[in-house]
Ligand binder design. Structure first.
Ligand code: NAD
Length: 334
């Protein structure tokens, strides 16, 4: 199959492109390089440009009339930036996706997979969330994701478009050959912070929020190896029509996680086990907007995609650490 991957120069997009290739498919990358590094495109078919550029999309489809599906990952993704600059987020994530979806419909390319996020869910008493559970997106970024889910659902109901919305939980790690990974210069995510504390680049790792109603008081997440996440896209593309037929819906939401919740303290313990380092810890109150968290109910992904995670938390952490050692060689910066 041939698959258009918007945002294919990014972290998850480049690794998904690789998983598609390994499964015998051909990715076609569309990315503006707004944030994604060109080096992650490697030697793949590549169009540099914007998802809202209708002429460019028409060109892509003219060049590749055999495109079977689109995986739409291109987005702005930084939550605090979305609070400071909501216009940019609503314009780039919502308005531009709207143009993309309409143009894909007009060009006769109806199969769309959309990257959504577990950050949409409201907190549930046991932290496990199912696709039908209430949503309570608590940042402009998360609200752009909810809006686009609704846009895709409405457009799929009214047009030939068909949608599979994948709600990702918390991807970590790299691909098996360490070709792509987190590329932010100062990673703000939890693993990046752990590495910095373990290396003495910061005094300690701060656990923000220790009074949550979880088993040890700290926040809970569902960390998924990014390679497992990439493989889920391959399954979703391959089984696209089957999934739509099986549900009888024109658009379908599927959680993509491991099904296990891991608290911050458990993550620190796993990190110390895998890295052999001791992480100096400090504690602080939750930051504004910090969510207790959630983990995925994975019944639907198992049933509809016949997919489940294969890699463990320890393997994901080891992969992230290995990428941390390798990335300067690829990116040209630490
Ligand atoms: N990383 C996570 O933890 C996470 C979790 C849930 C969902 N997601 C979603 O997954 C997708 C990929 O995330 P990522 O972590 O790989 O992010 P990323 O920033 O690495 O990738 C996004 C890519 O989109 C490109 N892009 C942005 N706006 C564009 C535009 N208008 N036209 C063309 N290209 C554009 C960027 O250059 C970048 O290469 C995003 O939609 C994100 O919201 C990510």
């Amino acid at each position: 199959m041939k698959v258009l991957v918007t945002g294919g120069a990014g972290y998850i997009g480049s690794i998904t492109a690789k998983a598609l290739e390994e499964a015998g498919h051909t990715p076609v990358i569309l990315d503006s390089l707004l944030t994604g590094p060109q080096v992650f495109v490697r030697d793949r078919i590549f169009y540099e440009g914007d998802i809202a550029d209708r002429d460019l999309l028409a060109q892509v489809v003219a060049d590749h009339p055999d495109l079977d599906a689109t995986i739409h990952m291109a987005a702005r993704i930084v939550v605090p930036e979305s609070v400071e600059q909501p216009y940019l987020y609503y314009k780039d994530n919502v308005a531009k996706s709207l143009e993309l979806f309409d143009q894909l419909d007009k060009l006769g390319k109806p199969r769309v997979l959309f990257s959504s996020s577990a950050s949409l869910y409201a907190t549930t008493p046991d932290f496990e969330v199912r696709e039908g559970d209430p949503l309570e997106p608590n940042s402009p970024y998360a609200r752009t994701k909810r809006m686009m889910e609704e846009v895709l659902q409405d457009m799929a109901a009214a047009t030939d478009l068909r949608g599979i919305v994948l709600r990702y939980f918390n991807p970590i790690g790299s691909d098996p050959d360490l070709e792509s990974g987190i590329y932010a210069k100062e990673p703000s995510h939890v693993l990046g912070q752990l590495v910095m504390a373990a290396r003495g680049q910061k005094d300690s790792f701060t656990i923000t929020g220790t009074d949550h109603p979880t088993r040890d008081g700290t926040g809970i997440r569902d960390y998924i190896h990014v390679w497992d996440l990439a493989r889920a896209h391959v399954r979703a593309v391959e089984k696209f029509d089957e999934v739509i037929d099986a549900t009888g819906e024109s658009s379908v939401v599927i959680n993509i996680g491991t099904g296990s919740g891991v608290t911050v303290r458990e993550l620190v313990a796993a990190f110390e086990r895998v890295s052999g380092a001791t992480v100096p810890l400090s504690e602080a109150p939750p930051r504004p907007g910090d969510a207790v968290g959630a983990f995925a109910n994975v019944d639907r992904s198992h049933a509809l995609l016949d997919w489940q995670t294969e890699l463990s938390l320890d393997e994901a952490i080891a992969s992230a650490l290995a990428w941390g050692e390798k990335r300067q060689e690829i990116l040209g910066y630490e």
